[in-house]
Design a protein around this ligand. Structure first.
Ligand SMILES: NC(=O)c1ccc[n+]([C@@H]2O[C@H](COP(=O)([O-])OP(=O)(O)OC[C@H]3O[C@@H](n4cnc5c(N)ncnc54)[C@H](O)[C@@H]3O)[C@@H](O)[C@H]2O)c1
Length: 262
């Protein structure tokens, strides 16, 4: 009879793989990168916050490498992926977690900021995905990409009428449909592309909310499971989607929101 540990190793054969995680210095990206590291992958931590990213990779303990990169700088993204491929060969798993969330009423939206949010949250997801896919196609290997979208990409009503963030919501809606498009385009190569759409997660992105007890209570009252998620609760779903356990899932964005959109 199969031992539970053999089954886990079969479902999560992550050890020895090369994994790249963007936004790995903080929050969900850090939790996902740490999880892959613990599963034995050679994990690349990519983030614009150089010192925090270096500290995150150092703390992770396993085979972790921190690489600073501003994802809005597409030439720098290409250089970074070239460096990773030169060092580790093909990129087996990519997690696109980095993002910016900037509030602004639409009538006042600054267009430079609009462009920056769209570049980081959607443009860099496309670019990093195709760089990983090219490396897999060249190597003739199957692989997996997981994009971190948001319930904000599936609904515009999650925060009510306050806090308008049209650029963020447009970018996250784009991530959901890009996930479908790339999944179809690359299915023939055995490259699966999926997403997660978190609800509220306790990370610096929602510091203003998390530091205001009244808003926390209002938020928890809206979430059927009655609480804000921890980053590890999103990371475990990312690890599942990236693994053999999800070998027949592609093009899907899995909502991880404690029932908010249910
Ligand atoms: N926290 C939530 O409630 C929540 C909800 C839904 C979706 N998400 C999504 O989860 C993902 C992770 O966010 P988080 O909550 O962990 O936030 P976070 O702020 O803790 O982490 C985001 C990371 O992205 C990095 N980053 C931002 N711009 C960058 C750039 N130009 N180049 C490189 N790195 C850059 C930041 O330095 C930071 O380390 C995002 O895609 C976010 O939209 C978060």
């Amino acid at each position: 009879m199969q031992q539970p540990s053999d089954l886990l190793a079969q479902l999560y054969p992550i050890a020895g793989k090369t994994v790249v995680v963007t936004g790995a210095a903080s929050g969900i990206g850090k939790a996902a990168a740490d999880m892959f590291c613990q599963l034995g992958a050679a994990t690349y931590y990519l983030d614009a916050n150089e010192s925090q990213n270096a500290a995150a990779a150092l703390e992770a303990g396993g085979e972790a490498t921190a690489l600073p990169v501003d994802l809005a700088d597409f030439a720098a993204v290409e250089d970074t992926f070239e460096r990773i491929e030169a060092r580790s060969g093909c990129i087996d798993i990519l997690v696109n977690s980095a993002a910016l969330n900037r509030s602004s009423p639409s009538v006042d939206q600054d267009m430079d900021l609009w462009r920056k949010v769209l570049d980081v949250n959607l443009g860099a997801v496309f670019l990093a995905s195709r760089l990983a896919a090219r490396s897999l196609i060249r190597a003739g290997r199957a692989g997996s990409i997981v994009n971190v979208a948001s319930v904000g990409g599936l609904s515009a009503a999650t925060t009510g009428r306050g806090n308008p963030n049209p650029s963020y919501r447009a970018s996250k809606g784009g991530v959901v449909n890009l996930t479908r498009a790339l999944a179809i385009e690359w299915a023939g190569y055995g490259i699966r592309v999926n997403g997660v759409a978190p609800g509220y997660v306790r990370t610096p992105m929602i510091d203003r909310l998390a530091n205001d007890p009244k808003r926390v209570a209002e938020t928890e009252a809206k979430v059927p499971l009655g609480r804000i998620a921890e980053p590890a609760e999103i990371a475990s779903v990312i690890a599942f989607l990236a693994s053999e356990g999800a070998s027949m899932i592609t093009g899907q964005t899995l909502v991880v929101d404690g029932g908010l959109l249910a």
